[in-house]
Design a protein around this ligand. Structure first.
Ligand SMILES: Cc1cc2nc3c(=O)[nH]c(=O)nc-3n(C[C@H](O)[C@H](O)[C@H](O)COP(=O)(O)OP(=O)(O)OC[C@H]3O[C@@H](n4cnc5c(N)ncnc54)[C@H](O)[C@@H]3O)c2cc1C
Length: 416
């Protein structure tokens, strides 16, 4: 179908506006709620989008999507702001893993999983980072050894967000130790609750238990679960990371409504204005200056996301330019949280909102402060984004790497 045959964007927007008003509940600011109860609500919201014909706007029509354009998605995103949405499905399930499955999945994998994801029946996570380190992703040591029609997986992954509550993962493992590190990897579609897989939750400083570590003991993975080609998992992983930077940066065509970052410009400044008033700081020069900085950063974020996503779609910018959004999101978000913390003062130290001494207006700020560096690590740290921008966007010389052309079995690790 040519794009001329598609529903015009403005007609789609109007249809969506009417449908959303009649079918979706009002926005209750549940964006940061990652409880199991909330997850169930969001799965149901996703099902509602599916039943109404608004799930998977840019996903292929052959696999349950609407087969529409990024412009339709942007129009939809503009309409959903007043409504509650299945935010936690955006990242990583839809924006990262389903997007990667569109690019590299076999017909059978896509037919089996994409409609189920779009109906809100499957959550996916990424099994990339390992206890030995996450930045050097090509250095993974989890191994998958071929044995007839199956691979046998052994090793461990860590920092997988929400794995305990998900059904499927994309797991990067080493299948060939005789070639340099980037060339001996394979990406697998791995059911999480599967014989030989142990999932342990990790308690974080704010009390949440989202992060998990997985241990693999002789896990059998059928050959048909390979995503892409055997020993070419680096190509799949690289693409996955591009999707991740787009989704985290707020510029994915596969997510509906707010995803992680919005360039670090998510939310609005009304809460801060209310906070300033409540604390009697509305006339305070320093406080007003900080409020103005937060507002300016929010506007810059919006324009940066528009500009970078536009450049990526038109081809004016190379794919690694997604790192610009990711880096800005991480630094911007951290700064905006710091500003909120300064404005909230001592009121930010008590949460949740119903705790003794907490004020509803400041309760979320202390908790957000503890997590403010999260985006500076997840999906690749700020330093790694700076490396990518300098090498692959600006064309500066590549960072030295002693292990680049060495068979992985000969690469020295740790104290060895
Ligand atoms: C909120 C969040 C969600 C996450 N979700 C997932 C997930 O779902 N699945 C998953 O697999 N992982 C996930 N991660 C893990 C994340 O991908 C890793 O934390 C990240 O890749 C960094 O790896 P590391 O923590 O092992 O740090 P390391 O790689 O050990 O790095 C330590 C420090 O050294 C710096 N450094 C490393 N190499 C270089 C270099 N070449 N040049 C300059 N500086 C360098 C890093 O920037 C960092 O500051 C998540 C992390 C966070 C915070």
């Amino acid at each position: 179908m040519s794009t001329d045959d598609l529903e015009p964007v403005e007609d789609f927007r109007e249809r969506a506006r009417v449908w959303l008003a009649a079918n979706m509940p009002p926005n209750i600011d549940a964006y940061f709620d990652r409880t199991d109860e909330r997850r169930t609500v969001e799965d149901q919201l996703q099902r509602r989008l599916w039943d109404g014909g608004f799930a998977g706007i840019c996903f292929p029509a052959d696999y349950g999507g609407l087969g529409l354009t990024p412009a339709h998605q942007v129009a939809f995103n503009g309409e959903v702001v007043p409504y509650d949405m299945p935010y936690s499905l955006n990242v990583p399930t839809l924006g990262i893993l389903a997007a990667t499955l569109v690019d590299f999945g076999s017909h059978e994998q896509k037919a089996r999983h994409l409609p189920a994801i779009l109906r809100g029946e499957e959550r996916w996570v990424q099994f990339l980072s390992e206890p030995s380190g996450g930045s050097d992703l090509a250095g993974v040591r989890t191994r998958a050894d071929r044995d007839g029609d199956v691979f046998i997986l052994n090793g461990s992954k860590i920092w997988s967000s929400g794995a305990y509550a998900a059904q499927f993962s994309m797991c990067l493992a080493r299948t060939n130790w005789d070639v340099p590190k980037h060339r001996g990897l394979t990406m697998f579609l791995l059911p999480i609750h599967h014989p030989g897989v142990t999932v342990e939750q990790i308690r974080q400083v704010d009390g949440s238990m989202e992060f998990c570590q997985e241990f693999f003991d002789d896990v059998e993975i059928p050959v048909e679960n390979v995503i892409g080609e055997v020993d070419d998992g680096w190509t799949v992983a690289t693409r996955l990371l591009v999707h991740e930077r787009m989704a985290v940066g707020g510029g994915s065509q596969y997510t509906s409504g707010r995803s992680v970052g919005h360039g670090g410009g998510g939310g609005d400044d009304n809460d801060l204005i209310d906070l300033l008033r409540a604390r009697g700081l509305a006339g305070d020069t320093d406080a007003r200056r900080l409020l103005a900085e937060s507002h300016a950063r929010r506007l810059v974020a919006r324009h940066l996301v528009e500009r970078v996503t536009g450049g990526l779609r038109s081809g004016a910018l190379p794919a690694p330019a997604g790192s610009l959004m990711k880096l800005f999101t991480a630094t911007n978000q951290a700064r905006r949280v710091e500003i909120a913390l300064t404005l909230a003062g001592p009121e930010a130290v008590v949460w949740p909102a119903d705790a003794e001494g907490a004020t509803e207006i400041a309760a979320g700020i202390g908790r957000a402060t503890l997590g403010r560096q999260g985006i500076a690590l997840g999906g690749g740290s700020n330093e790694i984004q700076r490396n990518i921008i300098s090498e692959r966007v600006l064309g500066l010389p590549r960072e030295a790497a002693a292990d680049r052309d060495v068979p992985y079995k000969d690469v020295r690790h740790g104290s060895r």
